[in-house]
Write a protein that binds this ligand. Structure first.
Ligand code: SAM
Length: 243
């Protein structure tokens, strides 16, 4: 792939590219954002789903590619006994200074390193949920499997909210379930659409919720063709035992 290295990890040049992007987009967010806006943002969507589905107060959540933690801050006000670990490349700490609190734990650095360390050091499910919000679209098929292997050891549930161009430009409908695991559907640059249901099933998760959301589902409009795919899965051996 043009913009991605072939191994497990991006190289420094690629990481720098994301860091430049971050510097450009962060000023557009603000803690002064009205709470109605947060509620209908794509960043918060998976937290909203978790709140609806799971009444456990002391949830342990990990967000891969979290970037700016306004949604985490908002979620933790609703579930103050929960803990969220956020993973992203630097300059993560600087970006999120305003959200400093003991139950929001930031892991700057390569997210896969943090995930692999969790898997080495935990003996069992240390997270109720590992989530990806608009991040897996940027991760190719080999890299996403490198994430999934350790995640499947440490997360009872996994959830994705990602870009899905569900109606193609020529009006054909894209069926996510028909996308090959080895050849994700290519979007612009190095963006891809994975077959998320099949991906998580191949790591022993059962799909417990899934939806294709229309372009106007969130507060930011990415254009008429930009649908969204939401998938949540529970590890088969944790089904019925989500405590
Ligand atoms: C579009 S932003 C989404 C940020 C946030 N989750 C949200 O919904 O606003 C994508 C994030 O994915 C991260 N990312 C890109 N490639 C990654 C990779 N290979 N592994 C983990 N995170 C990655 C980027 O650093 C970036 O912060």
């Amino acid at each position: 792939m043009r913009n991605q290295s072939q191994g497990d990890r991006l190289n420094q040049e690629q990481i720098d590219k994301y860091n430049n992007y971050r510097e450009a987009v962060i000023p557009k967010y603000t803690t002064a954002q009205p709470k109605e806006e947060i509620e209908v943002s794509s960043e918060y969507f998976l937290y909203k789903k978790i709140l609806e589905k799971d009444k456990k107060q002391d949830l342990r959540i990990c967000n891969v590619g979290a970037l700016y933690c306004i949604s985490e801050d908002y979620f933790l006000k609703k579930r103050p006994k929960s803990i969220i670990h956020c993973l992203d490349f630097a300059p993560f700490i600087k970006i999120n200074k305003e959200f400093e609190q003991p139950n929001l734990i930031l892991h700057p650095g390569y997210p896969l390193d943090a995930i692999e360390k969790f898997a080495r050091e935990s003996n069992g499910y240390m997270f109720d949920y590992v989530i990806f919000a608009r991040a897996a679209t940027l991760i190719n098929q080999n890299k996403i499997r490198s994430y999934m292997a350790p995640i499947s050891k440490i997360a009872k549930n996994i959830a994705f909210l990602e870009v899905a161009q569900a109606i193609l430009v020529d009006q054909r409908k894209l069926d996510i379930r028909k996308i090959s695991l080895n050849e994700p559907y290519k979007l612009y640059g190095s963006m891809v659409i994975h077959n998320y249901p099949k991906l998580i099933e191949s790591f022993d998760y059962k799909v417990v919720d899934a939806e294709i959301l229309p372009p106007n589902a969130f507060n930011i409009d990415y254009g008429a063709f930009c649908y969204w795919v939401y998938v949540m899965g529970t590890k088969k051996d944790a089904l019925g035992n989500n405590n």
